[in-house]
Ligand binder design. Structure first.
Ligand SMILES: Nc1ncnc2c1ncn2[C@@H]1O[C@H](COP(=O)(O)OP(=O)(O)OP(=O)(O)O)[C@@H](O)[C@H]1O
Length: 301
């Protein structure tokens, strides 16, 4: 039900000060503090058996959240059991070994619906300030690498994207250069980024398609991401390594959810009648790496 007082106040301003509330975390009484960086809680007397202070870094431990009445439900993605919630549910994703993140859920029950809304707004503001995408367009190559693109999208990508409450559209490639056509005509206003579930070749097609557009100078600023579904996947390996993250499917997806990005520098090289572009780096790596990726630009005369 609408809260007239909340409506009169309008959307809350971004907060610098921490919010402090008595809560129940996964059923145990606690005092919780929400700052712009973290959600922390300490068991109160009634719930002291739940251990000491726990915390979630909003940027690096939380996939997404939703407010349900008085409850703030956070989908977590952490290394180890930082939440004290016991063993997290089955891992999502592949590879990565012992360092891979595991999914879990933390339910924070507040004393009022208004408090839950207030905390939800504060976390939403924080995610917005981090540049987390809200709407993504996925291009999936079912024929790249070991022909696992479709399955990777369904089983590795979608569960994390849905937990992050990101809206998405997915389009499979049906033939060679289809990704280039898609990028050439996509309504870019509708999306915060284009993500290729493919090898490096589809990403090159996408860049090529963006550069062929009349609005190429705006189009090429759209963030691009890549989920490894090719043979070598050298680009994703290099990006995750430079960001200090182990190479795994789930880490690649989470980097996109977290809004990691860099500008994409494209320079052209002319050889006779052929024009190539060099892509100097890829978006969504935490640190800049330099990749040379030549490709053919068909509109050159
Ligand atoms: N439906 C399709 N049928 C055939 N080829 C396709 C299809 N969709 C995309 N392709 C082509 O598949 C090629 C390989 O794509 P992708 O980038 O996913 O993999 P790659 O890493 O470049 O190569 P590899 O397949 O060896 O991993 C691209 O050149 C693309 O044009």
């Amino acid at each position: 039900m609408a809260d007239p007082q909340a409506e009169a106040r309008g959307p809350p301003e971004p907060r610098a000060e921490a919010l402090v509330e008595p809560v129940r975390v996964n059923g145990s009484a606690a005092e919780a503090t929400l700052s712009s960086a973290e959600l922390a809680w300490r068991p109160t007397a009634a719930g002291r058996d739940s251990g000491g202070r726990r915390k979630l870094e909003l940027e690096s431990d939380v996939l997404g959240f939703q407010v349900e009445g008085r409850a703030l439900k956070l989908a977590t993605f952490t290394r180890g059991d930082v939440t004290g919630a016991g063993r997290p549910p089955s891992p999502v994703g592949c590879g990565g070994g012992a360092e891979d993140r595991k999914r879990g859920e933390v339910a924070v029950e507040m004393e009022s619906e208004e408090a839950a809304e207030r905390w939800g707004h504060a976390i939403r503001d924080r995610f917005a300030s981090l540049g987390r995408p809200k709407r993504l367009f996925f291009i999936v190559n079912p024929y790249g690498g070991k022909r696992g693109g479709r399955k990777i999208f369904q089983t590795e990508v979608l569960p994390l994207i849905e937990a992050a409450h990101i809206l998405y559209t997915m389009q499979e490639t049906n033939y060679r250069l289809h990704a280039q056509e898609i990028a050439g005509s996509l309504d870019l206003k509708k999306y915060d980024g284009i993500v290729c579930v493919s090898g490096d070749g589809i990403l090159v097609e996408v860049v090529n398609g963006l550069l062929q557009r009349d609005d190429w100078d705006k189009a090429i600023k759209v963030p691009l991401g890549i989920i490894p579904a090719g043979t070598g996947n050298g680009m994703v390996q290099g990006l995750l390594h430079s960001a200090g993250e182990p190479f795994s499917m789930s880490n690649a997806v989470f980097a996109i959810i977290r809004g990691h990005r860099r500008a994409l520098d494209v320079t052209s090289v002319v050889q006779g009648k052929t024009k190539f572009f060099s892509v100097m780096m890829l978006t969504w790596g935490r640190h800049c790496i330099s990749l040379m990726l030549p490709f053919f630009f068909p509109n050159y005369n």
